[in-house]
Design a protein around this ligand. Structure first.
Ligand SMILES: [Mg+2]
Length: 249
């Protein structure tokens, strides 16, 4: 085992801002289901969608949000997202698998018909590409662990000129399991992620209780995510990210 530490990064909301792609794909997937949001175009991300994105765990939820957007009240959804989601699914007679399939098909078609345009919907967060490239000089390797498919993520990383030591996508399994596998191969320096619940699950996993976890403040966070973080999870902003790893909180 090499002694060089490995730092693991989530992708969406940490390296890349995919908001424009989320909305575009969700809008197009809703259209596939004859439910595109009336009065809203596929280009401009509505404020309500942006605001609710931190509550989204699986891609299909964005398709429902897009379809519901014209009549949706964000104030009610942030109070009880799960109930509002269930009610909307029932009213439309939709299932998670139906929506996920529509989303996957939309993305596959976008990638095969106009790859460059689809890639262009993803923008790296300011400074992230340079920062990741600089880890090499620090003697730190970095990896990507994402719930996106590995093929899409590999393509996006490639387009940004980024080459992680390793990439694990949706197919690799739940993030805690992948981290445990990585830990058998490498010394893990920590995990940077913008979903607090994922970090909490990681810290509650046997074998990962001492893994340093950082919550990316520039990602898709609910307002309450920043408050009262449990031990072992630190909020990190982009200024601190730019400092050497040894100086991170
Ligand atoms: Mg994320």
């Amino acid at each position: 085992m090499t002694a060089q530490p490995l730092l693991v990064f989530d992708f969406d909301g940490v390296i890349v801002d995919g908001m424009a792609e989320y909305w575009w794909s969700a809008w197009m997937a809703a259209q596939r289901l004859n439910a595109e949001p009336q009065g809203l175009g596929s280009d401009a991300v509505p404020q309500g969608f942006r605001r609710l994105r931190p509550w989204v765990h699986h891609g299909w939820e964005m398709v429902l949000l897009a379809a519901e957007m014209p009549q949706l009240d964000p104030e009610r959804w942030v109070v009880d997202y799960a109930t509002e989601q269930d009610m909307a699914l029932q009213r439309r007679g939709w299932s998670a698998s139906l929506l996920q399939e529509a989303l996957d098909q939309t993305r596959q078609q976008a990638v095969s018909s106009d790859r460059a345009a689809w890639l262009g919907l993803h923008q790296p967060f300011p400074g992230l590409v340079d920062r990741l490239q600089a880890f090499q000089e620090e003697g730190v390797d970095w990896a990507v662990l994402t719930t996106k498919t590995a093929a899409f993520t590999a393509e996006l990383l490639e387009s940004l000129g980024l080459r992680p030591w390793r990439l694990d996508g949706r197919e690799a399994g739940p993030k805690p399991e992948v981290l445990l596998r990585l830990q058998r191969e490498r010394v893990l320096a920590g995990f940077v992620e913008d979903r607090r619940a994922t970090l909490e699950t990681v810290r509650d996993t046997d074998g990962l209780q001492s893994l340093p976890c950082w919550l990316a403040s520039w990602g898709y966070l609910k307002p309450s995510d920043r408050e009262d973080l449990p031990r072992g999870i630190q909020l990190i902003d982009q200024d601190r990210l730019a400092t050497p790893l040894a100086q991170w909180p």
